[in-house]
Design a protein around this ligand. Sequence first.
Ligand code: A3P
Length: 336
Amino acid sequence: VVAPTATGDEGADIVLASLPTREGWWTAFVLYHGCWMTPQAATSVSLVRAQFAPRPDDVLLATYPKCGTTWLKALSFDIANRSRHPVAGAGDHPLLTTHPQDLVPFIETPFRHLHPLSALDALPSPRLLSTHLPHQLLPPRVAELGCRIVYLCREPKDVVVSTWHFMNKDVVISTWHFMNKVIEGFSIDFDKAFELFVDGCSPFGPIWNHYLGYWNKHVEEPDRVLFLKYDDMMADPAGHVKKLAEFLRVPFTDDEVDAGVVEEVVRLCSFEKLSRLPVNSSVVAGRVGVDERPMKNSVFFRKGKVRDWKNYLTEEMAKKLDAAIEEKLKGSGLTL
Ligand code: A3P
């Protein structure tokens, strides 16, 4: 067991006991390099930082959880692979039969100490990978090699609502087995989840640090870090699909634009289309999530709307979170 070092190359083990800890959403969270997560996640992240081997042509899709990761994965996969898998193909497009979460793997989950990184090493270049890690926790080689990053953020009030549904209601299938223990499903009331979130204690939180880490990198290196917002993508999906294609270095040709390929990508990756596919609407546990918890495939598709927070937050709560975010983002140039 090795103590964390300032350089971040601490090896696969960390002294969990030495990290600040507090009550989290469903279990205790530890503060690892300024980021709240479960102890299991910290172990996994430290291993990824030590062992993940980036390649210069990797593209990382980075998000704070519940900011539209599934959508960004679907769009990026579709755009990057459209020569092999035409969007208007013969009904055999991978997005029709594979969950978007499975088409672009996370570098840090599920649990790298249980699932070796060799699966990522086996992928052909150029790789599309994803991460929920805040910028300060990315393996240092990612920046050294100049790997490009697409970051997607979202209005924090919608994020807290989406997170609460994900963690509280939709995910848990009564009981699950973790580390030889049977864990009962948990629940957390919305007020408590909200207070933890505003206090910065949410999975991979504080959310403002997550946003700022990538925002500052985007300002420094706009050609390497693309910074997108969920609400803007909802307002102009076609414009964002084109922007994403340019960033991924597979811009749409004039012929493709004239043939409506951009709109086809938007349609195939839309909430309405993806959420109704059998592979994505399964209510049977199809995957494992945090703490090896069984998760329904449908859990990544809830409403897919902007401003759903209005149905959950009181005016007072909204003001409180707005004020906290405004204070933290002050002077950064980032507006949400
Ligand atoms: P809501 O809970 O507000 O509906 P993530 O993929 O990062 O876990 O984020 C999940 C959120 O993105 C959920 O938000 C989900 O409904 C929404 N979402 C999933 N697929 C989407 C799509 N194709 N287009 C827009 N939003 C989508």
